[in-house]
Design a protein around this ligand. Sequence first.
Ligand code: ADP
Length: 596
Amino acid sequence: MPKPSENALIPLKIASIYAAVAGIWIIFSDELLAALVADPVTLIRLSILKGWLFVIVTAVLLWWLIRRYVTALLQRDATLQEIVQGVSAATGEEFFASLAKHLAGTLRTDFALVGELTGETPPRIRTIAMFGKGRPMANFEYSLTGTPCAEAITGKGNGAGCFFSEGVTRKFPADHLLVEMGVEGCICTPLRDSAGQTMGVMAALSCRPMKEKALADSLFQIFATRAAAELERRRTELKLREREHLLEQQFTQLTTIFDSVSAVIYVADLATHELLYLNKFGVSLFGENWQGKRCYEFLQAGQEDPCSFCTSESLAIDGEPRPPYVWEFQNSVTGRWYQCIDRAIRWPDGRLVRMEIAFDISERKDMEQMKDELVSAVSHEMRTPLTAMLGYTEFMLENEVPPAEQKEYLRTVHHETERLSELIGNFLDLQRLKLRPEPFNVRRLAVETLLSEAAALFGAAPQRHRLTVDCPPGLPQIVGNSGQLHQVLVNLISNAIKYSPEGSAISLGAVREGESVVIRVTDEGMGIPAELQDKIFEKFYRIDNTDRRMVGGAGLGLALVREIVTAHGGRVWVESTLGKGSTFFVELPALPESSS
Ligand code: ADP
C-alpha cells in the first residue's frame, strides 16, 4: 500500500495546531479580555462576539477539513480504480494499451509508455504501447542512449528506476523526443524478467513538474510489476509460437519429401497397429480414410487380425529400437511386390511406433520371373529344335547323304530354325511389352487392311488351307500400333493353320459391336477343351497330347496376343468345340464415327 503523502498530513497538522490554539484561547481569552476591557457591558458584548467568532472559525475549519478529507478519499478511490483497470485488462497488445492509458491517468501525467529492447547494440527501445494527450499514440522506436530510460536501467539507482520532478529536458538535452514533447518531470523503470534480465522500460512523462515522489514511485511499481509479468508472458508465448512455427515448417518439409517419394511410407503403433501416418503415394494406392484404422485392416485385403508376417515384434526389444528389418512381400490389395524397410522409431508422444518404407519391386520380380522362364524355355523348348538341328547337320557332315535326303534334312533344320526364331521373337516381344505396356507409335488403322495384310503373309498356304477374309463395308477404324496388331493376327492365323487339317477352311472376319470392333479367326481344327480355354493364354502353356506335341511351338504365341490386346484396351477369348474347330475373338475399342 502507498504511504500517506505529505499533502494528506497537512489537514492533520492544521487540526492539531487548531486544537492547541483553541485550548489556549478557551483558557486565557476571558482573562485577556478582562485585563483589556474594564466596562462590564462592553466585556459581556466582547465575550458574546468572541464566542460567535470561535464557533464560526471552528465551523469553517471543520468544513475545510472534511472537504479535504472527502476529496482525498475520492481521489484515492479513483486512483485505485485506475490501477485495477490498468493492470487487469486482457493480455497482449490490448493489455499494454490499457496499462499505458491508466498509468497516465493514475499519475496524472501527459504521456505514458511501455517499450521493449530490440536487442540491437547500441540499445534501442520499440514501444509496445504509447498513451499521450488523452489518446493512444502510434508506436515508434528510439535509441536508449542519453535518455532518462537509460539511466533508469543502468544509472545510479542500480538500475532500479529514476524520478525527475522537473527540468528533465535540461538534464537530458540529447533526448530530442523529450524536448519535442516539452516534458518537465518523468518517472521511468526497467522491466525485468524473472531471471533479472532487462526486457524493456516503462515511463510516465509530465509537461508539468511532478510532485509526491513517494506516491508516484509506489503507484508506478504496481504497474511495472504487472507490465514486466505480461512482457515476460508475451515473450514466452512468442518463443513458443516461433517454435511451433518452426516445427510446423519442419513437418511440412518432411511430409513434402515423404509425399514426393514413389514408395509407400506409413507409421503404425507397435502394439495397437493403429495407423498414424500414410504418405500421399500410399493414399493414392490404398485410399484416403486411413485415420483411426489399423494397418492390417487398411493396407491388406480381408485381414481381420494382425498379419502373420507382421514385423512389429522383431523391431524392438525391451522398449529399445533394433536395427531396421528388410524384407519382401506381395501386397494383397495392389497385388504388387514390395521391398520393405521397417524400423521402430519414437513418435513425438514418446511411444515406439513402426515406420515402414515400401518400394515397389514388381518390375524387378517380373524380370526375375522372366529370367527363370527363359532358363526353363532354353532347357525345354529351345533344346528340342537345337537337338534336331545339331543331329541332322552332324549326320550330313559325317555321312554321304543323297541330294533328295539332304533336302529333306535341310527342310527339317530350316523348320526347326524357324521355330527357334519364332520362340525367341515371341519371348523378346513379350519381355518388351512387360517393360513398356502402353502401345507406342499408335495411329488410326482400318481393320480390313489389317486382316488382308495378315492373310497375305500366308499366301503360300492356300493349297493347304482355304483362307478367306470377310469384312462388312463401313467398319469403324481402330487406334493402335499396326506392327503389334499385325503380330496378333499372324499368331492367331498361324495357330489356326498349325492346329487344323490341311485343306480345311480358315476364315477371318470383323464386325462392329457397340463401341467395339470384334475380329475373329475361325478354323475347322482340333478344337480346345472347354476347361483349357483360359489357360492357353498363359505363358508357356501348351495343351499336352501327342497330336499337338507333333506341332511345334513354345506356348508363347497366345500369351503375346493377350498382352498386346490388353495393352490396346481390348480383350481376347476363344470359343471352341473339340474336333470341330475354334474361333478366336479379339475385341478392340472402335474409333467414334465423328473422329473417323
Ligand atoms: P504354341 O502354339 O506355340 O504352342 P500358343 O500360345 O500359340 O503356343 O498356343 C497355346 C496352345 O493353345 C497351343 O499349344 C495349342 O495347344 C492351343 N491352341 C492355340 N491355338 C489353337 C487352335 N487354333 N486350335 C487348337 N488349339 C490351339
